[in-house]
Design a protein around this ligand. Structure first.
Ligand code: SF4
Ligand code: SF3
Length: 519
């Protein structure tokens, strides 16, 4: 196998043994490469025929399936590849060859790097487009870009054109995140600031992980009045801020900390866990009979909830397990008992005048965006240390699952505005960008001239498309860690440093001094 698409790739170089660091086996990795090869075939076939809604859906599903910690199941990946083959035949009568992905992995450094940025970027974007699609929203420009990008992975060899496509991926992803933002807010209302308890109340409960708000909503409906409480996990936490989700009284709180701690936190848990998207880790025996998957998530031998979204097996399991006998106090990574969420663009911008006034009075001196993915690497304590070291007259925006490093810290407030503001899931980077653009507007300057520093953590491919969006928007001086992507070649890194001054994270004190000294 060859895989280097995520941050924890072996030796920050590549996973190429019998299994990857994430636990993905070599036959699954091979099947996923074949699936991508078939999707490239489908994208070529789309030039001779006309892709339909079901072709678009298959492209999104196929790409999403290959994101890190989504599918560990060779069989279901192969079934999806067979569906792609069938679709290819439907839309184009002539024979169209698939692409052999080993050609990409064996390409010269810079070409491989540029194409990887495009491929991993569209994988991440496909997840967002898929969530929007589930809520009934699509965008033809977003959809057609997937085909263009897939074809370029096989057919384009001009580095300048590939670099253009890398930035185009960021541009289209900005549009895609806006699409998902409107899908989420039109379905569930604008998030409002909400305190979320970390204590698990006694009695039956279900833990819901992943990003899919629609799955959560359906589960809330199906469990209403059944004496079962629902707890979010990992990227599902921001659900608590949405009025149409928080109105369910049995949506009680959040279970556990970062996704990478799930194997110990789920050990002997007296409740089922439903994974709606990444990040599922290899399932330990002590809780394997309680894990359910749905949507694109797949793991051998676990019960999968199909497209009918009938969650009765999960509900039956919750009643059978019964939950804890007494309320169980749990804490965040820093010992806190509650966390806050719901500071998306609407909530923050409704206080924009106040924030601008506080900046003008010198009460807010700097903004940080400390967010992105979490992961197992011990060096990720950098983000906690960084947040703790920020001066009291600074505000911290956060988002995605990396927030668990800091979201239970009590860093106080500035004139009633909490110093840590959680914008939401990784796709809510859209909110953070909207906030930054509005501040730039209020001060009559560019985002790069704001007293704002981005301190980003990455792990999987959604972080790649977000990073590309930030580059497309011309945002400079980003600190990126905990390591630089293995798929960035020295040549491509050179371009990123020269044009955008992307800086690998060093030690918090040094980076903080740089950030504050810069303005
Ligand atoms: Fe390795 Fe990451 Fe690929 Fe898993 S997804 S095989 S950890 S590079
Ligand atoms: Fe997290 Fe897995 Fe990236 Fe949505 S849930 S951000 S890592």
């Amino acid at each position: 196998m060859f895989c280097f698409q995520c941050q924890q790739t072996a030796h920050n170089e590549k996973c190429n043994g019998k299994a990857g660091v994430c636990g993905k086996k070599s036959d699954t990795a091979k099947a996923q490469d074949e699936l991508i090869g078939a999707l490239i075939g489908l994208a070529k076939a789309a030039e001779c025929g006309t892709p339909t809604d079901s072709t678009d859906r298959l492209v999104l599903k196929g790409l999403f399936t290959t994101i890190t910690n989504v599918s560990f199941n060779t069989k279901t990946v192969n079934e999806l590849t067979a569906e792609v083959e069938e679709e290819k035949r439907k839309i184009c009568k002539s024979k169209v060859d698939n692409y052999d992905l080993s050609r990409l992995w064996e390409a010269s450094d810079d070409i491989r790097s540029l194409k990887s940025l495009i491929l991993f970027g569209i994988k991440g974007m496909a997840a967002y487009a898929y969530h929007a699609l589930v809520l009934g929203k699509t965008d033809s420009e977003v959809n057609s870009f997937f085909y263009t990008a897939l074809r370029a992975i096989e057919g384009e060899s001009n580095p300048d054109k590939l670099l253009g496509l890398v930035l185009k991926t960021g541009e289209v992803n900005f549009r895609c995140m806006a699409l998902l933002d409107s899908a989420n807010t039109e379905s569930y209302g604008n998030p409002v600031p909400t305190v979320v308890p970390l204590t698990i109340e006694k009695g039956p409960f279900i833990v819901v992980s992943g990003h899919d708000l629609h799955d959560l909503k359906l589960l809330l409906e199906q469990t209403e009045g059944k004496g079962i409480n629902i707890y979010t996990h990992s990227e599902m936490l921001p659900a608590h801020g949405y009025p149409e989700l928080k109105k369910y009284k049995h949506l009680k709180g959040n279970f556990g900390t970062g996704w990478q701690n799930q194997q110990s936190e789920f050990h002997n848990i007296p409740a089922p866990i439903l994974f709606t998207t990444n990040c599922i880790m290899p399932v330990r025996q002590s809780y394997s009979d309680r894990v359910f998957t749905t949507s694109v998530v797949s793991y051998p031998e676990l019960v999968h909830i199909g497209d009918d979204k009938d969650f009765s097996p999960v509900i039956a399991k919750a009643l059978e397990c019964g939950g804890y006998d007494e309320d169980k106090e749990m804490t965040g990574m820093n010992g806190g008992h509650t966390v806050m969420t719901g500071f998306a663009h609407n909530a923050v911008l409704s206080r924009a005048d106040e924030i601008v006034a506080l900046v003008k009075q010198g009460k807010i001196k700097h903004f940080f965006l400390i967010g992105g993915c979490d992961g197992a690497s011990p060096s990720r304590s950098y983000y906690t240390d960084f947040a703790k070291a920020t001066p009291p007259d600074t505000l911290i925006l956060t988002l995605a699952c990396g927030k668990y490093r800091i979201n239970d810290l009590d860093l106080g407030a500035i004139e009633g505005i909490p110093r840590i503001l959680d914008c939401g899931q990784c796709n809510d980077a859209y909110s953070a960008i909207r906030i930054a653009l509005a501040l730039a507007d209020a001060f009559g300057c560019s985002v790069n001239d704001l007293p704002l520093t981005l301190v980003l953590s990455w792990y999987e491919q959604k972080a790649v498309c977000i990073l590309l969006t930030l580059l497309y928007l011309g945002i400079k001086n980003i600190f990126l860690g905990p390591t630089l992507p293995a798929f960035i070649s020295p040549g491509v890194l050179d371009i990123l440093v020269k044009n955008y001054n992307i800086t690998p994270t060093d030690v918090p004190e040094k980076d903080l001094a740089k950030a504050l000294g810069r303005k």
